[in-house]
Ligand binder design. Sequence first.
Ligand SMILES: NC(=O)c1ccc[n+]([C@@H]2O[C@H](COP(=O)([O-])OP(=O)(O)OC[C@H]3O[C@@H](n4cnc5c(N)ncnc54)[C@H](OP(=O)(O)O)[C@@H]3O)[C@@H](O)[C@H]2O)c1
Length: 292
Amino acid sequence: MKSKTYMVIGSTGQLGTDMCDELRLAGFDVHGVDYPDIDIGNERSVASVVDALKPATIINCAAFTAVDDCETQRERAFLLNAEGAGYLAAAAGGCEARIVHISTDYVFDGCKDGFYLETDQTNPQTVYGRSKLEGERLVAAACENHQIFRIAWLYGIHGKNFVYAIRAAADKKAAAGEPLRVVADQFGTPTSTREVCRQVLRAQAISATGVFHATCEGDCSWFDFAGTIVTAAGIPVEVLPCTTEEFPRPAPRPRNSRLENRRLKEERIDCMVDWRSAFDEFLHDEKRNKEQ
Ligand SMILES: NC(=O)c1ccc[n+]([C@@H]2O[C@H](COP(=O)([O-])OP(=O)(O)OC[C@H]3O[C@@H](n4cnc5c(N)ncnc54)[C@H](OP(=O)(O)O)[C@@H]3O)[C@@H](O)[C@H]2O)c1
């Protein structure tokens, strides 16, 4: 008989850790695996780990996520974000499992006015974005039963992310008596790992396949989000807006990362909440975690 097991790849990463927790909370049998117990860039490693368990669903949260480093490590970016995703999808197909794969807003160029739909033209501007787009293509080609979730501006209690970076920078600026400058001309939607996990879980009840946008509701700039973070943390620092040009990065960031969850809405399973509510829940989770 086929097992009902979920296999989470990248299980100690920011999203993977919460994905395992969320699935266990929901009562599922979860097998989390991460490097070096699996190397997604090695086809044989992927095949043997997947074959040993024969899960019903593989959720791939593993990736090479250092966006700027991808610019100088193109081969590694494509090996892990594209080919590795394809190996996992092929292994899923081989045991009649579903592959759930996580992708990104970086597949777009950020030039659209308004929210991106799943049907909009992709046009990645970075090595990271191109490797992730190729990953989407390889996943879809290798396993018919695939769900690809494009997420953006991710943060959670188990990772390096914008929230922790802003708090650290704000503390330093406060100590120096200087203002904190944050980019105010890039827009998107802060999206918590908890919300992504719940949405992915909700989507396991439907048979629809393909690409789904899955971000929280609403939108803001990085400057707006930083203000919310600093206020919630009570850090006595002035937050000032600045432009993208004042903070050049090796990999250019999309000006517009807003995604609309159009397909999830059409399937009547969109359960993503407003980004501010998700952030409040994150603060609550963080507090509870510290108390434990
Ligand atoms: N962070 C964001 O803002 C954001 C935005 C949009 C989309 N995404 C996507 O969301 C997904 C999850 O991101 P995240 O922030 O949770 O990433 P993360 O914290 O960097 O976690 C990635 C995981 O992948 C593992 N990994 C790396 N190389 C591997 C390999 N060769 N074999 C097996 N596992 C390997 C890492 O292990 P090690 O720690 O040992 O390297 C880590 O546990 C990714 O697909 C990412 O592209 C993220």
